[in-house]
Design a protein around this ligand. Structure first.
Ligand code: SF4
Ligand code: SF4
Length: 488
């Protein structure tokens, strides 16, 4: 019997029964930006103002200036940050890292990961709200342009529902034109961190056929960022960013998060005209006046009064909105504030928990290892090998010679004169076929080196050799190799 062909696409009936299985009254059972048919609910967050928003705006200008200026800032002639994967060249804070430094790079990445863990355990998603490029660009650049062109949330909703007319077309064209121009800028900034601004300039100024791959990346990044900021938005934080998912593992009841003070706020209820808060409390009501302003400003569409949620990017908008309501109603600010669960429930301050202490020990150990490795890292990477296929030779004066190949990598951005000295045992060392070795900046060179030893200092068979690598009289590295001679 031939089996019935099956479709991998879920049927509408299956989707409906899956939707029925969801407990829509439980906010933890579904995401706030999808309706019961699984369609996306577009979030129209209201404009927000307040102390936190002002500080975030200032901080975002600082970060955006750094991001835009970064590719042009140099330290010792090297860029501030360069991640050229194609040419395997990495520069961090002006320090060049070569493929040979990968262990340092790996430890630095590990240190970053542990720092994130420690930081998140103590302070929640402070990074997401204040410094994450996605939030900064979305809330401080793209959202502001949207408000300027389409107005606040109610106007945007109205515009989206309105039929297409000249006004709507012109507003949408202006908005999306500006979004694409900005996405092109962001894409190019990212590209300049990957290949350096000089290479980017060449791609822009040379004929297009000369840099098809570069142009492809330029267009690809622009479209990607346009897609993220124009359409994908908060979904990037909810579905794509692994950090958001990690928070459920990292946060505990002592972590500082954006939190609603349930004890103070509940039981919520509207504030009647001229009603005093003391009277409300007497009537069993809390400080939350159920105005929903905290929900209206949330860019991820959640209600923070339900508790800490994966979608919350700690943008502080609900804190500002609620503080404004509290001020207007003559109540104390901070109904929604930075606090830990233990802080809210039991009034406990931030504690250095054993878990945090454990993370901190790992962090300090990694930082120490990294610091030592950076401190001991040489400006020159040198390797020595016996020249392939060569045997020892006896000179007319009775001494023996071995031929070696020395590879030198200059990790600095300046020319480096290098001198090789035989340190043990006594003998002579000469670099073949050229004058003093000079390695060009950020380049490597291969050199042939001849070592001659007197039989009196040689051991039968193999004699250990120590060669010092010097530059301008300063020892940079010690090389160890073997000198081959007769067995007796
Ligand atoms: S803004 Fe404050 S008072 Fe208004 S609903 Fe939210 S928590 Fe309650
Ligand atoms: S709940 Fe508050 S802090 Fe979290 S994303 Fe929404 S507005 Fe921002």
């Amino acid at each position: 019997m031939t089996p019935e062909p099956t479709s991998s696409k879920p049927k509408a009936a299956d989707r409906a029964s899956a939707a029925k299985a969801v407990d829509w009254s439980n906010f933890r059972d579904h995401i706030s930006t999808a309706d019961q048919q699984g369609r996306r609910k577009w979030v129209y967050p209201r404009k927000v103002g307040g102390d936190f928003y002002r500080w975030r705006t200032r901080f975002s200008w600082l970060l955006l200036s750094l991001m835009l200026a970064g590719p042009f800032i140099t330290i010792n002639g090297n860029p501030l940050l360069l991640m050229n994967v194609v040419e395997r060249k990495f520069v961090v804070l002006g320090q060049i890292f070569w493929p040979q430094d990968m262990i340092i790079f790996a430890i630095a990445l590990l240190l970053c990961a542990v720092s994130i863990v420690v930081f998140t355990t103590a302070f929640g998603r402070l990074w997401c709200g204040w410094a994450c490029p996605q939030t900064v660009m979305m809330e401080m650049v793209f959202r502001k342009i949207e408000y300027a062109i389409e107005g606040d949330a109610p106007n945007q909703r109205q515009l989206d529902r309105a039929p297409w007319n000249a006004q709507k077309i012109s507003k949408k064209m202006l908005k999306h034109g500006m979004f694409f121009a900005l996405s092109f800028l962001v894409g190019n900034v990212l590209l300049s961190y990957l290949i350096g601004w000089r290479n980017l300039y060449q791609i822009v100024t040379d004929p297009p056929a000369a840099h098809l791959a570069g142009l492809g990346f330029m267009v690809g990044f622009s479209l990607l960022f346009y897609g993220i900021f124009a359409r994908f938005r908060e979904q990037a934080c909810t579905f794509v960013c692994p950090y958001g998912r990690l928070q459920s593992l990292l946060l505990d009841e002592n972590s500082i998060v954006v939190a609603y003070d349930r004890k103070r706020g509940e039981k919520r209820g509207p504030l009647r005209r001229a009603q005093k808060f003391t009277a409300r409390r007497y009537a069993g009501l809390g400080d939350c006046v159920a105005c929903n302003q905290c929900v209206a400003v949330c860019p991820t569409g959640i209600d923070i009064r339900n508790g800490t949620q994966m979608e919350c990017v700690h943008c502080t908008a609900c804190m500002d909105a609620c503080d404004a309501v509290m001020e207007k109603t003559g109540n104390e600010r901070g109904l929604i504030r930075y606090a830990s669960l233990n802080g809210i429930e039991y009034g406990k301050p931030l504690r250095f928990t054993p878990r945090l202490a454990g993370y901190a020990v790992v962090l300090v150990a990694l930082a120490t290892v990294l610091g030592l490795m950076l401190f001991l890292r040489s400006d020159v990477e040198a390797t020595v090998l016996r020249a392939p296929g060569s045997l020892f030779q006896q000179m007319p004066d009775g001494r023996f010679s071995n031929l070696y190949t020395v590879r030198l990598v200059n990790k600095t951005s300046r020319e480096m004169p290098v001198e090789l000295r035989l340190e043990s045992p006594a003998g002579s060392l000469s670099v073949m076929g050229q004058g003093p070795i000079v390695v060009a900046p950020q380049k490597s060179s291969g050199n042939s080196m001849l070592i001659e030893l007197d039989p009196a200092v040689m051991k039968p068979g193999t004699t250990p050799l120590v060669v010092g690598v010097y530059s301008n009289g300063r020892k940079l590295e010690t090389l160890k190799t073997a000198f081959i001679g007769p067995r007796n």
